[in-house]
Design a protein around this ligand. Structure first.
Ligand SMILES: Nc1ncnc2c1ncn2[C@@H]1O[C@H](COP(=O)(O)OP(=O)(O)OP(=O)(O)O)[C@@H](O)[C@H]1O
Ligand SMILES: [Mg+2]
Length: 426
């Protein structure tokens, strides 16, 4: 029993949980993104009035909400202008151009203007026309593609769409997710095509999203350097409170103020954690009229279990042994209450800062660590403790410690009530 307003949970069916932990899952309330959405609205208005706006580049660590922002921009465009969306998620270097051409062909089909697109031939097609032309499905085969440089293929595909849309007043929204995976050559071809589009005033809004490694000098493409860059970060305190409080209030079970403050602190405003803790606070308060501090505290167990089994463990396993040593040093410095600068972390490792700088850079590029230019911190709140326990378990067990450590962590969870995970994250 948590509070006096308890009702008998057996009497009513469980309510729909208003929180959405999981990657690519749009939250019920997209909090704290007014600046980026304002910029997107301006870009859409510019494109609708016949000028191609500067593209938007959204950069942020894993789980901060880049993908849901791309979807939000496309939704706004769909609602206000009936715009179609050309959506690309880059899955491997070299996959970008075929994927973009494929998606362009889909949009073209739904707009009803299909012409042969850069050698792509519809092998079979099932069209499911959705709102504003989004939602077509078509299978294409690229076997007969002529050996044109990618620039021409992209330019011609987008030019055809631009031409069609110019007459309708609906700008095309092109979103590119996981842009850090695209090869530099692909980005250069895309950039050259967009530059051509600017000269031709295509009604096209381009929004890219990627990890902070997009900033690496080795990857830079001049055209995108001139994009409007936005840092997608964790939510500030008031946005965190809004992201937790509003969905719960709207779903009919508000948080008590102390519970909200507790979860805002606990999640550190990291959007994935906000959804995860909110989800569990809602679940444990089932049958009650309000979410109390006790409910919020009780959410920590299952939320943390999920973070450990999903996000923390996958980040740890994605790190090389040297990177894991670096992470353990960061965690040790933080645990001593010291500031985790490049110097103090290197000292913890018994090395010179220069010798270990490469691991720091790689971990920042992977989105596991963030830095304010001086101090490093874990992107996901609570990961420092996990790293300390995992590294200690690995040290005790010697070689092959990763698996042992993972087992040790899971064994501490044995016997706990295990909620059905909504999503284990990546
Ligand atoms: N502004 C926000 N307010 C509340 N919740 C959010 C917000 N942005 C994202 N979320 C939640 O955070 C989680 C992660 O979002 P998303 O998948 O868009 O992150 P991402 O940055 O694309 O991550 P990755 O780099 O791993 O692809 C989702 O559960 C989503 O609902
Ligand atoms: Mg994403």
């Amino acid at each position: 029993m948590f509070v006096s307003d308890c009702q008998d949970p057996g009497l009513s069916a469980p309510s729909r949980n208003p929180f959405r932990p999981g990657f690519n899952r749009s939250p019920q309330l997209l909090a704290g993104r007014d600046e980026i959405l304002g910029a997107a609205r301006s870009a859409l208005a510019e494109a609708a009035s016949g000028t191609m706006p500067t593209s938007l580049m959204l950069v942020g660590s894993r789980g901060v909400g880049k993908t849901v922002l791309l979807r939000e921009v496309a939704d706004i465009a769909g609602q206000h202008y009936g715009s179609p969306r050309l959506r690309v998620e880059v899955t491997s270097p070299g996959s970008f151009v075929p994927h973009l051409l494929h998606e362009a062909a889909l949009v073209e089909q739904t707009l009803g203007t299909t012409r042969p697109a850069g050698g792509l031939h519809a092998a079979s097609a099932t069209i499911r026309a959705g709102v504003a032309g989004v939602g077509a499905e078509v299978t294409l085969d690229r076997s007969a593609a002529p050996a044109f440089p990618d620039y021409y293929l992209i330019r011609d595909a987008l030019a055809r769409l631009a031409e069609t849309l110019r007459t309708t007043g609906s700008p095309l929204v092109v979103t590119v997710d996981e842009a850090q995976v695209a090869s530099r050559d692909d980005l250069s071809s895309f950039a050259a095509a967009l530059q051509y589009g600017e000269e031709e005033d295509w009604p096209v809004v381009v929004v890219l999203a990627g990890l902070p490694s997009m900033r690496d000098p080795g990857r830079s493409v001049t055209y995108f350097e001139r994009s409007n860059w936005y840092e997608v970060t964790s939510l500030d305190r008031s946005a965190t409170i809004e992201a937790l409080g509003v969905p719960a209030q709207q779903a009919g079970r508000p948080f008590e103020p102390a519970a909200l403050q507790h979860l805002a602190e606990r999640t550190g405003g990291y959007p994935y954690a906000v959804q995860l803790y909110g989800y569990h606070a809602w679940s444990v308060s089932e049958g009650h009229g309000r979410i109390t501090l006790a409910h919020a505290q009780a959410a920590a167990g299952p939320a943390n279990t999920q973070l450990e089994q999903g996000l923390y463990l996958s980040r740890w396993n994605q790190a090389s042994r040297r990177e894991q040593e670096y992470l353990a040093a960061v965690a040790a410095v933080i645990a001593r209450g010291e500031s985790a600068t490049a110097t103090s972390i290197a000292a913890q490792l018994g090395r010179a800062p220069k010798e270990v700088a490469v691991y720091r850079e790689r971990l920042i590029a992977k989105g596991t660590l963030v830095t304010d230019g001086r101090q490093s911190a874990f992107t996901v709140p609570g990961m420092a403790g996990f790293v300390q326990r995992t590294a200690a378990a690995a040290r005790r067990r010697g070689a092959g410690g990763d698996e042992e450590a993972a087992r040790a962590i899971h064994s501490t969870q044995r016997g706990r009530r295990r909620p059905r995970p909504p999503d284990l994250g990546r």
